[in-house]
Each structure stands twice: as C-alpha cells, then as structure tokens.
Design a protein around this ligand. Structure first.
Ligand SMILES: C[S@@+](CC[C@H](N)C(=O)[O-])C[C@H]1O[C@@H](n2cnc3c(N)ncnc32)[C@H](O)[C@@H]1O
Length: 225
C-alpha cells in the first residue's frame, strides 16, 4: 500500500477507520473504532476487573490502527491499582505500522500522547509504578510459531472477516492459540458466525454470544476450558 492515509475515513463516533483496498473490508464497524474497542474488547471482556488482580498478558491479533491496543492501555492507566501489563500485538502489514508511527497526520493527531512514547520505547510506566511492556510481532501470524509465547490472559481477536482472512479463524489456528492461553483465559471477537463458534469449541473454548452496544446484534466471548 503506497499511502494508507488516502484511505482514512471517519466512523460515527468520530474515530478513524480504513477500507482495505485489496480485501474491500473496513478495519472497524461503522459505529466507530473507539466505540468497538472500548465496548467489545474492554467493557465486555472483564479485563477492567482484572488489571488490579494480577500481572496481565494480552494478545492483540491484528494491530491495525492500534485502537484496541490504545483502549487497553487507556483502561489500564485509569485503574489506580493496575499491576504489570504486557501486550503482544500481531500485524501482517509493515507499511501500515510505519504509517501509524508518523506524528501529526490526520490519523495520528487523534491518538493519545502516550502512543508515541510507546512506539519509541515499547514501554510505559503506570503512575503507580507498574510496568507496561509491548511486543509487536510483524509478519503473518498463521506462520508464526506461537509455542514461543505463553500465558495470554486475554485475546483481542480482530482480523478481517473469515471470508477474506480465513487462516486466523480455523480450528487449527484456534487450537494453537488455545495452547498459549491460560486456563479460564478469555478471547473476544466480533464474529458470531457458526463456523467460528464451531472452530472455537472444537479447539477447547466455551463460547457465548453477548449483546453489543452497536447496530450489530451479537459479539462473541470465548473462555478457555
Ligand atoms: C480489522 S483490522 C484490525 C483493527 C485493529 N485491531 C484496530 O484496533 O485498529 C485487521 C488487521 O489484521 C491484520 N492481519 C490480517 N491477517 C493477518 C495475519 N495473518 N497476521 C497478522 N496480521 C494480520 C491486518 O493487516 C489488519 O491490520
């Protein structure tokens, strides 16, 4: 992609999104990148009740514009009792990652100030002293050896839809993911498609449909059995 910035559009909550020229898919729902990140991945996952309980490790599948990652860090900063947070983000597209690091674009003008601190150092400190650590793994996650990682308490599963991004929704992929999620760990995703639920259940997750805060009827919450 030559210039991702030419593809930036605003969603209904005023936050930006992109249309992927090859997949013809939006990066976020029309309701808003920020709304979806906060409602689905933060509020509905239970992570808000977990920041103060123990150190957390979160997998961010499909960094994209970074909205899920930013919403997670904001929520963690807002809890005065947060313990250590580590996020491991996965992203296929290096040109997109380069784009979201450019300061003062129409895109990154909307990002919180900690974003650039985190981009530079991959680290941040909570006002209470707890550490934040960010690992970004660039490349195709379907080809990545997940066994080199472990201990994910939460997974933000946010690839494109199964129609165009099938490899990240298969039973085989979910089985590999399940192996690096802690017992009772939670995976959140926007797709409630039958095949997605079947593949999650066949790979060792219990799944429930949850109501959304947007026009879409349901999202999915999966728990490792
Ligand atoms: C719907 S967007 C993610 C939006 C993002 N979570 C946000 O908060 O802005 C999907 C992202 O997954 C990435 N992706 C798709 N397939 C991938 C793969 N096999 N490995 C790693 N990243 C992938 C895409 O490049 C894209 O950035």
């Amino acid at each position: 992609m030559d210039n991702w910035l030419d593809h930036v559009t605003l969603t209904e909550d005023g936050s930006p999104t992109l249309n992927h020229p090859e997949h013809q898919q939006w990066f976020h729902s029309k309701a808003g990148a920020e709304t979806e990140a906060k409602s689905l991945y933060i509020d509905a996952s239970g992570v808000l009740e977990s920041f103060s309980g123990k150190d957390l490790h979160i997998a961010d599948v499909g960094l994209g514009l970074g909205y899920n990652m930013i919403a997670t860090v904001e929520a963690w900063l807002n809890d005065p009792h947060s313990k250590k947070l580590k996020i491991t983000s996965f992203e296929y597209d290096e040109s997109l990652w380069k784009t979201i690091q450019i300061p003062e674009t129409k895109l990154t003008k909307m990002y919180p100030s900690f974003w650039f601190e985190v981009c530079d150092s991959k680290k941040l400190r909570h006002p209470n002293g707890s550490a934040f650590d960010w690992e970004l793994i660039l490349g195709d996650l379907t080809e990545f050896d997940l066994t080199s990682l472990s201990g994910f308490d939460f997974v933000w599963h946010d690839p494109f839809s199964p129609d165009v991004n099938e490899g990240l929704w298969t039973k085989d992929f979910f089985t590999k993911l399940n192996a690096v999620v802690v017992s009772d760990g939670i995976l959140m995703t926007y797709s409630v498609r039958r095949s997605v639920r079947d593949n999650l259940m066949a790979s060792g997750f219990d799944v429930i449909k949850i109501p959304t805060t947007t026009m879409k009827k349901n999202w999915l919450k999966a728990k490792k059995l």
